[in-house]
Write a protein that binds this ligand. Structure first.
Ligand SMILES: Nc1ncnc2c1ncn2[C@@H]1O[C@H](COP(=O)(O)OP(=O)(O)OP(=O)(O)O)[C@@H](O)[C@H]1O
Ligand SMILES: [Mg+2]
Length: 241
């Protein structure tokens, strides 16, 4: 894999945890600070997501019938295609990339379908597949939106106005959502993700409050501002003299 030249920040969390909302808010904040940012979301739901769509619509069988390893590869291939087609070149040229879900989503969703004693093995397998073999860049930082399953359910109910038929294979299964939170907590600790608490007693905090927590943790990963860059260059010059 070539040396990472850009910067890759990831926002992840369980279903309905506010990833899209927070990705949009952080993008707007970065842009306001004068940092151009390439915003991505996974899955892409483009041609390269065809197998994901078969899987999520239940056409490959019930959740328990589809190998988590097979499902992981559907998502991995979609990411690979998007990297090659859409953002790899920008990233290699130094762009700041902010993404709603990434390889991290497999650690939350697919790992949850394996027994606990397989998690370490799964982490090693997936990291090798996506980062080492496919050559996808490793994130500089992952921000994990930690939302309780009760608060997630409440948000999903609101989104689908209580119509369970509109939910996909993952969203329909409440035990699955709880299992995903467990793997997400495990992965966050094990892989050094930054945890952002999002609710209290099953009630989600307002988006702006969560965004402020996220920004505080993400700031060290922001590119240097123009002033900071000039300062750095001046300091370098001084040292040379
Ligand atoms: N802090 C918040 N307070 C109240 N509602 C919120 C908050 N954050 C997001 N929402 C709402 O909850 C729903 C899910 O949010 P969002 O789409 O950002 O989550 P997501 O993690 O991207 O979901 P998915 O896993 O389905 O992609 C949306 O209807 C959104 O408007
Ligand atoms: Mg989303």
């Amino acid at each position: 894999m070539s040396a990472a030249k850009g910067r890759l920040l990831v926002i992840d969390g369980t279903d309905g945890s506010g990833k899209q909302t927070q990705t949009a808010l952080l993008t707007a904040r970065l842009q306001a600070l004068g940092h151009p940012v390439k915003q991505l979301t996974f899955p892409t739901y483009s041609e390269s997501s065809a197998l994901i769509e078969l899987y999520l619509s239940g056409q490959l069988g019930a959740l328990g019938e589809v190998s988590p390893y097979a499902a992981s590869t559907f998502y991995a291939v979609d990411r690979y295609a998007s990297y090659r087609r859409d953002w790899g070149r920008d990233y290699e040229a130094g762009a700041l990339v902010l993404t709603d879900r990434y390889v991290t989503a497999n650690f939350i969703h697919q790992m949850s379908r394996l027994p606990r004693d397989r998690w370490e093995d799964y982490i090693a397998w997936l990291e090798e597949l996506e980062y080492d073999r496919f050559g996808l860049p490793r994130p500089d930082a992952v921000f994990y939106l930690d939302l309780s399953p009760e608060a997630s359910q409440r948000l999903l109910d609101h989104r689908y106005q209580g119509d369970p038929a509109k939910r996909d294979l993952h969203e329909r299964d409440t035990a699955y959502l709880a299992a995903c939170r467990e793997t997400a907590q495990f992965a966050a600790d094990r892989l050094g993700w930054h945890r952002i608490p999002c609710d209290r007693d099953g009630i989600i905090d307002p988006p702006e409050i969560i965004a402020a927590r996220l920004e505080a943790l993400a700031r060290p990963y922001f590119p240097a501002s123009e002033g900071e860059q000039k300062e750095g260059q001046a300091r370098l010059k001084e040292q040379r003299i």
